[in-house]
Write a protein that binds this ligand. Structure first.
Ligand code: KE4
Length: 423
């Protein structure tokens, strides 16, 4: 494949943009080489600036469950744009999206819109501390909740990919109240609450992890999380930025039949435009300014274009639910990869999946880090050259979109069979 124009575009970008990218996750740091510059998305495909066409399993890292440039989303955003991009005043679009979110996720009784998953997680943490009057936040190694200072400790996603899970520039004061535990470690959770139960404001987790690669929680872990937080008056915060509206209409919490106190949202809720949201129990949410004293604000929070894209996306998911088909396609892909990958294993929930180059089941961050990331890098490029665009890291989840077909899966399995034979 010819990547001349991508190489030229990257060199030009590097003059003015650190690392040539506006997010390290896109830097190809985990797979080597230089990032591909994209010209256009079209349904299940990406077309790069050299005209190469790829079957896309990144979907912008999750938001595009409906595929690129879905007609219903394009129409909604164009209509909103014609009315003006932003007013700095409330619009009914925000209330309409809030009504749909709260209908799909009943644990969310009230919701506040922001502009990214990071902003949503940051606000939820502040709210948990403001509501409880406590300082300690529990997170789990390998989970990623955006680049929130207090949560950039043992963070997954590109922080792990690029080898900086705990970022410089974050003063000790920001993380001294962040307690990092091992995912799925019930004993450690019990120990933490035994020692600090009356100091813990909240526990935040990915209820199905995408950011160390796809890792699933045990039922015992989820149940104990709910029991201990309830017992000690700490808030249970589900970060469903990646899983929300993807794993089920009501996200992972519907799948697990769990009711968190707060939920953090992003990605799909904006349909590809910048939207984050956080919501949950009304008695907690009413602490947020101007209803209550906990401050949070944003110029483009609830932006009409972003609301229109999010509404069109959630309405399409409501009108034509893709979940059964995504499960069928996911199972077909998992079975096919399992048949050809001798030293790798697929871990999957619905339309989220990871091919781990790891002989053992991955249940936590230590396990994920034992994966052969270099081999994943060779696999990534072998697939890219065969027209398959995967997330560029072993420590990420790949995503099926509603526009994927069985032929796409067959094409992917044929490419994987060849790729696995040569890496
Ligand atoms: P954003 O600030 O990137 O919108 O959301 C942060 C975030 C929060 N919580 C979870 C579970 C997330 O997965 C994310 C963002 N995910 C990464 C990819 N794993 C986004 C890609 C990027 O950083 O460029």
């Amino acid at each position: 494949m010819n990547h001349t124009k991508s190489i030229q575009a990257f060199a030009r970008a590097c003059q003015l943009i650190p690392g040539g990218v506006n997010s390290p996750a896109r830097a190809f740091g985990g797979v080597g080489g230089q990032p591909i510059f994209i010209a256009k998305g079209d349904g299940a495909h990406l077309i790069d600036v050299d005209g190469n066409r790829y079957l896309d399993y990144c979907g912008s890292w999750g938001p595009l469950i409906l595929g690129h440039a879905h007609p219903r989303v394009v129409k909604a955003v164009n209509e909103a744009m014609a009315n003006g991009a932003s007013f700095g005043a409330p619009t009914e679009l925000e209330t309409q999206l809030a009504e749909l979110i709260t209908r799909l996720m009943p644990s969310i009784e009230m919701v506040r819109m922001v502009s990214s998953g990071t902003e949503a997680a940051m606000s939820a943490i502040r709210l948990a501390r403001g509501y409880t009057g406590r300082d300690v936040i529990v997170k789990f190694a390998g989970c990623y909740h955006g680049h929130v200072d207090s949560l950039l400790v043992s963070a997954g996603s590109s922080a792990t990919t690029l080898g900086v899970p705990t970022s410089p520039g974050v003063p000790k004061g920001c993380t001294q109240d962040t307690l990092v535990l091992r995912y799925n470690d019930v004993a450690a959770l019990q120990e933490a609450f035994k020692g600090k139960g009356d100091q813990i404001a909240g526990v935040i987790l990915e209820p199905v992890v995408g950011n160390m690669g796809l890792v699933t929680p045990t039922n015992e872990f989820l149940s104990e999380l709910r029991r201990l937080t309830q017992h000690h008056g700490a808030l249970l915060i589900y970060d469903e930025v990646m899983t929300g509206f993807r794993l089920a209409p009501g996200g992972a919490q519907q799948l697990h039949q769990m009711k968190p106190d707060l939920t953090v949202l992003g990605k799909i809720v904006g349909g590809g435009l910048p939207v984050g949201a956080y919501g949950g129990r009304a008695d907690v949410m009413k602490k947020i300014m101007p209803a209550g004293p906990v401050f949070q604000a944003g110029t483009l929070s609830g932006n009409p274009l972003a609301m229109a894209a999010g509404l069109a996306t959630l309405e399409e998911l409501r009108d034509r639910p893709p979940y059964e088909r995504l499960e069928k396609l996911g199972a077909m892909l998992e079975a096919g990869l399992g048949a050809v990958a001798k030293t790798a294993r697929v871990q999957r929930v619905g339309s989220m999946w990871t091919l781990f180059f790891n002989p053992d089941p991955v249940v936590d961050y230590d396990g994920a880090k034992k994966s052969d990331a270099a081999k994943f890098g060779r696999f990534f490029w072998a697939m890219l050259e065969r027209g398959i665009y995967l997330p560029c890291s072993q420590f990420e989840a790949a995503f099926l979109m509603s526009v994927h077909t069985e032929d796409h899966i067959r094409q992917t399995l044929a490419a994987a069979t060849e790729a696995l034979a040569v890496i």
